[in-house]
Design a protein around this ligand. Structure first.
Ligand code: C2E
Ligand code: CA
Ligand code: CA
Ligand code: CA
Length: 280
């Protein structure tokens, strides 16, 4: 048993080494990707229930590597966070999404997404002057502040001393704050009292099991009660089936996001998005 344990230990370390090497290769390539047009944003509709009309969009970054092909953010965002590359990368994402939002307002008029959400990592929020950068991007692009939503996780807010201050400065600009993946972090409901949140995004893991009628359904219902009472907009994330959509609507949810309605789309397909929600 002892030698078996030792064997497992060795394998574990080899895997770790492999993963580390892989991640540093990714980080090295990512440095060049920013300058060479390998990155782009997709936009996933955030819709009104039950009809599925477009309400807003969430910007999601994509990387097309010249050799490896498409690489998902779950692989390269962690590497970018560790190396600090997330700071210039995040700045590019923010500006690109704001420019796109302005462009939709010009071409789509009243039908343009009313909010454009951008994911901001803990590392960016900890960077001194992040709120000033947000203000500068809004000025440069001419986007009204309340059209921008910054999505952060519960964990990010607790990550560093100044994160909460930066968040308050961003909120003071008029930018909306969304708590992402809500319910999965190791924070408490106390966060809702200290953090200037406008939107609560109920994590997909609860939505997955909402039709089971068990604890996930109880949590999903309770999060809506909290959101309504605190004047937060609750958005159900990762809605994949008509059954989930129907149950969420029955519970009183008015906003959702997920493959049932739409996958993340190229910017040019947002103007032709048509509701695929439940027929009222
Ligand atoms: P997230 O912020 O929770 O984004 C939602 C993720 O769930 C996206 O994956 C989206 O494509 C996926 N999704 C949406 N609806 C469904 C559904 O119905 N079913 C399933 N299975 N998945 C669904 P994506 O684009 O791969 O992004 C993964 C994560 O990477 C994001 O999770 C976010 O944490 C991070 N990320 C993505 N773009 C950015 C970015 O621009 N900046 C930063 N800092 N992080 C980003
Ligand atoms: Ca998000
Ligand atoms: Ca999320
Ligand atoms: Ca189009």
């Amino acid at each position: 048993a002892k030698s078996q344990g030792k064997g497992r230990h060795v394998v574990y370390h080899e895997r770790m080494d492999h993963r580390t090497a892989e991640q540093s290769r990714v980080a090295a390539d990512l440095r060049g990707a920013l300058d060479t047009d390998q990155l782009h944003l997709l936009y996933q509709p955030i819709v009104a229930m039950p009809g599925g009309e477009l309400f807003g969009v969430e910007a999601l970054v994509r990387w097309t590597h010249p050799v490896r092909g498409p690489i998902g953010p779950n692989l390269f965002i962690p590497a970018a966070e560790r190396t600090g590359l997330i700071v210039p990368l995040g700045a590019w994402i923010l500006e690109e999404a704001c420019r796109q939002a302005v462009s939709w307002r010009q071409t789509m008029g009243a039908a343009a997404p009313r909010t454009v959400s951008v994911n901001v990592s803990a590392r960016q929020l900890r960077e001194a002057g992040f709120a000033e950068e947000v203000a500068a991007v809004l000025l440069r692009t001419g986007l009204p502040p309340d059209v921008l939503t910054v999505e952060i996780t519960e964990t990010a807010v607790f990550d560093g001393g100044t994160a909460l201050d930066e968040l308050k400065s961003i909120a003071a600009l008029g930018v909306k704050i969304a708590l992402d993946d809500f319910g999965t972090g190791h924070s408490s409901l106390g966060l809702l009292r200290t953090c200037p949140a406008d939107i609560l995004k109920v994590d997909k893991s609860f939505v997955d099991d909402v039709t089971g009628g068990g604890e996930p359904a109880v949590i999903v219902a309770a999060l809506l009660t909290i959101s309504d009472g605190m004047r937060l907009r609750a958005v159900a994330e990762g809605v994949e089936t008509a059954e989930q959509a129907a149950e969420l609507h029955r519970l009183g949810y008015r906003y959702a996001q997920g493959y049932f309605y739409a996958r993340p789309l190229p910017a040019g397909e947002i103007d032709t998005y048509r509701p695929a929600g439940l027929t009222p």
